[in-house]
Design a protein around this ligand. Structure first.
Ligand SMILES: Nc1ncnc2c1ncn2[C@@H]1O[C@H](COP(=O)(O)OP(=O)(O)OP(=O)(O)O)[C@@H](O)[C@H]1O
Length: 310
């Protein structure tokens, strides 16, 4: 049973189309990064999965049932992008209130507050909380009732680097316990090791989805080889020129290395040639990062998209 399945989903607010033919699925025990520029449609996808809206076209199934069905919703945890709490209540009072609303065990409340690092602050009013502390309380709220599907919109906003690493470790533990997790984020650096798959949305359309290896194949972006010459840099350059019929950019760096951009399909030919030549002392290989892939799919329009698609 999938955590959710969007099939050919389109959605429009009033007259403005926002999502076009989205096909996306999340399985239990998987972390999906949902990435896209401002206004790409990430939050709209989440609202459809929560059942807050229904698609104009296509279907949304969640945990084997219908989005918005209370039997389904009680197994979903959601952290919205901007969390707000009653300032006069303590963290513990707020979480207890949400636990009652969700029908979750009240015994979970202190344990969850400890888990998100608010053990010492649980009896302080939330008006005294920092932004990061409010974010942690929001996360504890999302974890109430041991959800099977957890959706987090910009969960690392306001968290310092240590808290961010703690959050990702916590998400991994939940994933290993079978929870399906969606992570919407603009903060790509650092997220790569913690997600199983990424989905990239642009202007309401799914540009690419898959694990990093599949996205790299789809993007077909050059791999950068960084080579230390064994003898002279010009001798190494000649080897590369001879080996690669269509070698990309070759740069001499200030540190006396050669940097070569090569298409993935030509990588092994070039590596074999430089290894056999005896002209290379050391090699490092830089694959495109998640950030590189994101920029590739979003395209140069990325900056233009910021602030909304219309
Ligand atoms: N209630 C609404 N009424 C009309 N248009 C809306 C409404 N909510 C969102 N939109 C529009 O839908 C599009 C997608 O918005 P959405 O919030 O899903 O994007 P997002 O990817 O989550 O963006 P961000 O990263 O900025 O939060 C945007 O163009 C936005 O202006």
């Amino acid at each position: 049973m999938s955590c959710f399945h969007l099939e050919n989903v389109s959605y429009r607010y009033d007259k403005s189309p926002v999502l076009h033919g989205i096909d996306l699925r999340l399985e239990p025990g998987e972390i999906l990064g949902l990435f896209g520029h401002n206004g790409a449609g990430k939050t709209t996808c989440i609202k459809l999965i929560l059942g807050l809206m229904t698609p104009n076209q296509g279907s949304v199934s969640v945990l084997g049932g219908h989005a918005g069905d209370p039997q389904v919703s009680q197994h979903i945890g959601y952290l919205p992008e901007n969390v707000m709490f009653y300032p006069q209540l303590t963290g513990r009072e707020i979480l207890t209130h949400f636990a009652r609303l969700k029908g979750a065990s009240l015994q979970q409340v202190p344990r969850l507050l400890e888990q998100v690092g608010l053990g010492d602050a649980m009896n302080a009013r939330t008006k005294t909380y920092s932004k990061g502390m409010r974010q942690r309380l929001g996360l504890a709220q999302a974890l109430l009732g041991e959800p099977k599907l957890l959706m987090l919109d910009e969960p690392t906003v306001g968290l310092d680097p240590v808290a961010t690493a703690d959050l990702y470790r916590l998400l991994r533990d939940l994933r290993d316990g079978g929870t399906g997790i969606v992570l919407c984020s603009h903060v790509l650096p650092g997220v790569e090791p913690y997600i199983d798959r990424a989905a990239i949305l642009t202007n309401g359309a799914l540009k690419a989805a898959g694990d990093l290896a599949a996205l790299r194949r789809q993007a077909n972006m050059p791999v950068t080889l960084s080579l230390d010459p064994a003898n002279s840099i010009s001798a190494l350059e000649k080897v590369i020129d001879r080996a690669s019929s269509n070698s990309g950019l070759i740069l001499r760096t200030d540190s006396g290395r050669l940097q070569v951009d090569v298409q993935p399909r030509e990588k092994m030919t070039l590596l074999n040639a430089v290894m056999a030549s005896g002209e290379v002392a050391d090699i490092s290989i830089h694959q495109p990062s998640l950030e590189d892939i994101y920029v590739h799919f979003i395209g140069s329009g990325g900056l233009a998209h910021r602030g909304g698609s219309k």
